[in-house]
Design a protein around this ligand. Sequence first.
Ligand code: SF4
Length: 640
Amino acid sequence: MKPIAHVFAAEGPIAGRLSRYERRDGQVRLAQAVEDVMDGGGVLLGEAGTGTGKTLAYLAPALRSGLRVVVSTGTKNLQEQIFFRDLAFLKEALGAEVRCACLKGQENYLCLTRLHSFLHSPKCLAFPSKEVARLEQWAQITTTGDRMELPGLSDDAPIWREVASTKETRIGQKCPNYENCFITKARRDAAVADLVVVNHHLYFADIATRRRGGAVLPGHDVVIFDEAHLIEDIATEFFSTRVSSARVARVIEDSLAAVGAARFAEDPQEENRKKAAASLNTLCANLFDRFRGDQPGRRDLGEVPIDDNAQRAFFRLDSALESFELSLRAREGRDEGVDHCAARIADIRTDLADVLDHRDPANVYWVETKPRSVVLGASPIDISAYFHDEVLTVRDSVVLCSATLSTGGDFRFLKSRLGIDFDVEELVVEAPFDYRRQSRVYLPAAMPDPRSDGFLDAARTEIDRLVHLTGGGALILCTSYRNMHAIHEALTASWPGPVLRQGEAPKSSLISEFRNERDGVLVATAAFWQGVDIPGDDLRLVIIDKLPFAAPGDPVTAARIDHMTRAGGNAFRDYQVPRAALMLKQGFGRLIRTTHDRGIVAILDARLRTKGYGASFLKTLPPAEVTVDFEQLKQWWEEP
Ligand code: SF4
């Protein structure tokens, strides 16, 4: 086989398929490092800046390796882009005869059994008939059942919630539709593929399933994590336990529907079941309402006393759930739907006991108040041991890559968070941009401390003059909803161009609207700090209101800080600062996407200049020139 460098050479197979191709040294180095770690085993940490072509750099060795590879990425959008664009292109360019599959979480697929029940239920009448007809027509022609194919379906479309497969409602092998089921097909395709593209949510769902003796993904030798900086947060979510009042209400509703549909001839438990069902909703409200907060959001459960009354409410609910479950089990083996509901109730009882009764010091316990439900949960404070034992030491080769993995070339933060306590390969590949020529970092000299009362007024003034300087084309990344709303309101009054705000429309629509308006401004929070790709002149200015420290009020963050402090560490230096620095680097990364882009990143947080740790943040950013003087900035911007 020719060396991997040939794939990327000026006369290589990729170049032959592109009209304008430039060989990138960093891309070749990354591809070589990935191939080496696949050949010899081990772990590679590869930071590759925007524009290095990292996707092709890891896909090429994966296609040539002859090994079974899983590529896992942060979001479904990126997963689709990798599978349908990059992988399809590279397979053809290399003439690779490799079986590939794309597998998503089950909630992305249509459940035929739920669709059938929905179409025959009174609930269906509550939806616009056009919407129902569109769904029904699509269900007849789709070969994948993947919601991505259904045009115009918003991310949170209520109709999809009625017909999607879910962990709770998927019956499995005994389902009458099992053979035609879209998930069954997708998993079978993945089972025989050599390269499977998934997202991190599915990857960790697989690990959680393996703990219970099952599996979602096929066995594999190599795993490549793209967007690896997201692993800790997503893994924490999957290793958490949560029970909501809505989950309890749903299982009661589904159980009654399943018993009704089963039409048992004689049913000795019918009376018991009816009684238990009648009181369950009240007992559920009795327990969960005790934990409901005044405001939506998460609180540490340690702050909420679990007194005798709460204990009694828990025991009463548990005992009612037990009798309900037993009444369903009285018909065990007669109907799959009923048996499945009984198993769901057993899971709820275990989870509820785990959160309220069996406290584990390795977890943080929390309660989340939502508009229509209360969630009780437990999350691991530290996932490093799980990642070490269930990924790093299980797979022959593990590649972790992203544009933001290190702070100034130092990978210690990532390694400590993911349990990488042994020698690994490390590589930093700089972006192929001339940041000194293409960009400026502006730290306004007159900004007050972001925690002071005068901050928002001063921020509004700075934002106003910056947006006027660039004529819009501005993305304003805020660290709170409060700031987002205040800044949006001020700009709506002072800026004549369109001022868009996160939440007004789905993210993708806002981005395309922004790109269509040369003088547009888009104000957003955390969801837009990453995954926004606006190359060219449409985006000329990125403004960041504050350093993106994780909210210390979040119970998981607070528990991690506390845990590190108790162990004698410096949580601020070793956890809060590097985490925020990587997030800041993500925010900066929105600006320069190609060698032709030119623009300004303004960071309004004075702590970058006044605090000792400010230097750590600046060291993490790409090597752009920094200025604190608006006139100097203006001069640079207006240069021809
Ligand atoms: S196997 Fe599960 S997802 Fe598939 S049709 Fe049956 S219930 Fe739905």
